[in-house]
Ligand binder design. Structure first.
Ligand SMILES: [Zn+2]
Length: 90
């Protein structure tokens, strides 16, 4: 795979540092939607977007629960969204 996420991440960090208020220091930064995925017995870092759903469950007595249940589903990229190179699956 390409290194677009790494390069862009470095670029973003530089831009953010330049815009911080006087005297402030950056403590952490990074892609919010990245994570470790297990595939074929190998752990790798993948980037993803999230598909969101909310649904209403029913209680044991058959009446609907008052609160909706919200859930995010990660969808990994098949191709780099920046340069179009195919993302390899380890
Ligand atoms: Zn790329």
């Amino acid at each position: 795979m390409c290194d677009c996420f790494t390069k862009l991440g470095d670029d973003m960090e530089s831009r953010i540092k330049a815009k911080l208020p006087e005297g402030a220091s950056l403590r952490s930064s990074g892609w919010k939607q990245s994570g470790l995925f297990m595939s074929g017995g190998v752990m790798s870092v993948n980037y993803f977007i999230e598909y969101n759903a909310s649904y209403q469950e029913v209680k044991k007595d058959g009446t609907p629960k008052a609160r909706l249940t919200k859930q995010d589903f990660p969808v990994t990229f098949s191709f780099c969204p920046f340069c179009g190179v195919k993302c390899e699956r380890n």
